[in-house]
Design a binder for this molecule. Structure first.
Ligand code: 13P
Length: 340
């Protein structure tokens, strides 16, 4: 592996106030989102949808890298151009989701363990040859009655670290994503405690597996109250709590932290990221960026609705959300932007 190349790629992914666009929904997840809007759940519609996204005018002004799914990385535009070439030609770095999904964890009701380590070395080699320069693996941690268990946190952190080591060996920057879920009645404080514990465990495992921290990106959740918690803190409280948690648990050697949106609305995700950068940016060791899927795509998906005639309007909506998040990276996002 060329360490310097990994470090350069990781830095490029969080440079110039840009961020990542996650468009790596697995087929079942993509189909579920299509089904909710009555869009046919076929390979052709998934291809057309992804072509709409990557041909959005101005996308590369806001987006440094896109995360693809195995089906998508092998697809082409209608005119025959491979997606990966179209993306690279825009100066956007292509990445690939490489875990094979979060499965029920044996002996641990309500908890999941992410799979995909078997054969991973060979798959990473193939993706690198295809042109991918970074990869993603998502672990999910639920908060509930008696969970998360030590076993769930340790097993998922171990898997994330082994995945990250294999990525760096192959020459791909690992995006390390331990997601503490928003579902539930838990408080902001409970989310803080679990997120700190998970991040500390993840970084201890990354150290054990000899992962170069300068050549990775962390993709965590923001520290939030559960969706069903009666007390919902302000944007500023969420920003302060999230930054406090990250300062405790994320080494300064990591170049960037790119949040997932996790089911927040596009506006809230932008506002919270903005508040963090507005209040703390000049004092933080790492860049605070975004790697959103739903918080960038959802309005565009609803407008597109599977119809060719809606492509341009959908692309404008996608660009708008990406542009709001670019502003949020600099603490320059505000309500006025939503009225434009
Ligand atoms: P959301 O932003 O929709 O949470 O998705 C991010 C992601 O890539 C999940 O793995």
């Amino acid at each position: 592996m060329n360490k310097q190349e990994l470090i350069n790629t990781a830095k490029t992914l969080v440079r110039d106030n840009k961020g990542l666009l996650a468009m790596d929904e697995s087929n079942p997840t993509c189909n579920k989102r299509f089904a909710a809007l009555g869009i046919p759940q076929t390979i052709d519609f998934r291809r057309s949808y992804r072509e709409m996204i990557i041909t959005t005018p101005g996308l590369s002004e806001c987006i440094s890298g896109v995360i693809l799914y195995d089906e998508t990385i092998r697809q082409q535009k209608k005119d025959g151009t491979p997606f990966i070439k179209a993306i690279t030609d825009l100066g956007i770095i292509p990445g690939i989701k490489v875990d094979t999904g979060a499965k029920d964890m044996a002996g641990h009701r309500g908890e999941k363990i992410t799979e995909g380590l078997d054969g991973l070395r060979d798959r990473l080699r193939e993706y690198l040859q295809m042109g991918a320069r970074f990869a993603k693996w998502r672990a999910v941690i639920a908060i509930g009655n008696g969970i998360p268990s030590r076993a769930c946190i340790e097993a998922n952190s171990h898997a994330l670290a082994r995945y990250a080591a294999l990525c760096q060996e192959a020459g791909l920057v690992p995006i390390v994503e331990p997601e503490v879920l928003m579902d539930g009645k838990h408080s902001l404080e409970q989310c803080f405690e679990v997120t700190e514990d998970v991040l500390r465990t993840v970084f201890s495992q990354l150290y054990l597996q000899r992962v170069t921290l300068e050549g990775m990106i962390l993709k965590p959740n923001m520290v939030l109250p559960g969706l069903a918690c009666p007390k919902q803190e302000t944007i500023e409280e969420v920003a302060d709590t999230t930054v406090e948690c990250l300062l405790r648990a994320v080494p300064a050697a990591v170049p960037g932290i790119a949040f997932l949106s996790g089911g927040q609305s596009g506006e809230l995700a932008s506002a919270r990221l903005n508040a963090m950068n507005e209040r703390f940016k000049s004092r933080l060791p790492w860049a605070l960026a975004f790697s959103f899927a739903r918080a960038i795509q959802q309005p565009a998906l609803e407008i597109w609705h599977g119809e060719e005639t809606n492509v341009s309007a959908a692309q404008q909506a996608l660009y708008h959300r990406a542009n709001c998040n670019r502003a949020a990276r600099n603490g320059k996002y505000n309500d006025e932007m939503e009225k434009e």
